[in-house]
Design a binder for this molecule. Structure first.
Ligand code: HEM
Length: 403
């Protein structure tokens, strides 16, 4: 393979840009790489300073699974579990089959940008006798007045985020992770999501959510000087909190139901006022293109601000929240029709930050007081996870905590 010029693509996972970089060699270990489109042959390295699946471009398919350690399982079992999970993730993300026990679901597919990201919930530390290693950043999130949280679908000892640009590759990884859990851990909850498929639009831009908005525009960018400081715990160990989190990040996960039947009754103009951006191209209502900065001061002919006082993008902006910033990296979800006849659909909102108290919490506090989007969404589940730095060669994820 490779002679025909079908070079594999490797995505930068650790520390670097989230863009595509051509690499030599062929992509997948499954099948004939010459026949794979770049979607299939793209591999995201498992090893790196940070775990993959944080700055990796959004994949088309995602599974979020939380596990609780089984009764009687402690630190030793957890260490063995993370070792098994890391070994399976390393193989699958390189497109290698898992051996005799492989289900075969991904056998003729390339790695398809698969990432498998592991995190620890607050309760993990009590179960494993590692309370002293528990980061203060895992203290429970405050209650918000608009919360409608289902505790059974919230939190958990362990969290795994799977993303891939192919639904079968993602499902294959999900089954493997579940199987490797063995007797050590049980699934607490699972949520399945999706984004736009690569190549679906000739106009590559930020993805759209199920309200039809361009979503993710004003995310912090890896090219910005303060990106690492905002998103990752310093890799050199100079940060607050336990040393094993060096290079790690905290993930806040919220299952946010969209009340789509109500939302879709609004005119396009009213929908645009709710966010403060145009639906067509995501540009701010004060003009320009998607990447133009919104002019929050600008007033219309009636003297009122063009971007309304309660517009979602105004209320959530870092400048309005003492600089609080996070990297939003969501999946949409649709689980059919709820008992009341409305779609059970919305956003698996996942945001990444070096410290939830300087990211999600102050912003959600503000939104919770009632931004223009609030009447159309309902937070139904919540999780907060410490996601350690990436495993070095020969290491497993979480080794610095568990060894
Ligand atoms: C911006 C949608 C929930 C934080 C935006 C934008 C859209 C959007 C369309 C403008 C484009 C962009 O910059 O990405 C939604 C939807 C939500 C939701 C549909 C729920 C279903 C949240 C939550 C938070 C949040 C829960 C955090 C607590 C932000 C931030 C920005 C933003 C920080 C960027 C503001 C800026 O700097 O301009 N959101 N959002 N969003 N949202 Fe949300």
């Amino acid at each position: 393979a490779g002679a025909a010029g079908a070079a594999g693509l490797v995505l930068g996972a650790g520390g670097g840009a989230a863009g595509y970089a051509a690499a030599s060699g062929s992509g997948g270990g499954h099948g004939d790489a010459k026949a794979l489109a770049s979607v299939g042959s793209t591999a995201v390295p498992f090893h790196g300073e940070h775990q993959a699946g944080i700055t990796t471009p959004l994949q088309a398919r995602g599974h979020l699974v939380a596990f609780d350690l089984a009764p009687g399982a402690g630190r030793k079992e957890a260490a063995a579990l993370l070792r098994r999970w890391s070994a399976a993730a390393r193989k699958m993300t390189a497109g290698e089959p898992l051996g005799d026990a492989d289900t075969g679901v991904a056998l003729d597919a390339g790695p398809s940008s698969l990432t498998v990201t592991f995190g620890f919930g607050r309760t993990f530390f009590g179960r494993t006798g590692l309370e002293k290693q528990r980061p203060a950043a895992l203290d429970p999130l405050p209650d918000f007045s608009s919360d409608h949280l289902d505790a059974r679908r919230s939190n958990g000892d362990l969290w795994v985020q799977i993303g891939a640009d192919d639904a079968l590759v993602a499902f294959h990884a999900l089954r493997a992770i579940r199987k490797e859990a063995g007797e050590a851990a049980r699934v607490r909850w699972q949520m399945d999501g999706f984004n736009r498929s690569p190549g679906a639009t000739a106009q590559p831009m930020t993805t759209r959510n199920l309200m039809g908005q361009v979503d993710g525009t004003n995310n912090p960018k890896p090219s910005e000087a303060d990106f690492d400081r905002r998103i990752f715990v310093p890799a050199d160990g100079s940060g607050e909190g336990p040393g094993w989190m060096a290079g790690g990040s905290y993930a806040v996960v919220r299952r946010i139901r969209m009340l789509l039947d109500d939302w879709e009754k609004l005119t396009r103009g009213d929908q645009e006022k709710v966010i403060g951006r145009r639906k067509s191209d995501g540009a701010p209502l004060t003009g320009g293109s998607e990447t133009t900065d919104p002019d929050l001061e600008k007033a219309g002919p009636d003297g009122r601000p063009v971007i309304a006082a309660d517009a979602h993008a105004r209320i959530s902006a870092p400048e309005q929240n003492g600089g609080a910033a996070m990297l939003r990296r969501p999946f949409s979800y649709h689980d059919g029709i709820a008992a009341d006849g409305t779609p059970d659909a919305g956003l698996l909102f996942i945001c990444w930050q070096a410290d939830p108290l300087r990211g999600f919490v102050p912003v959600q506090r503000k939104l919770d007081r009632g931004d223009a989007l609030s009447p159309f969404v309902r937070h139904e589940a919540s999780g907060l996870f410490a996601v350690p730095g990436g495993a070095r060669d020969g290491e497993y994820v979480g080794q610095r905590l568990l060894e």
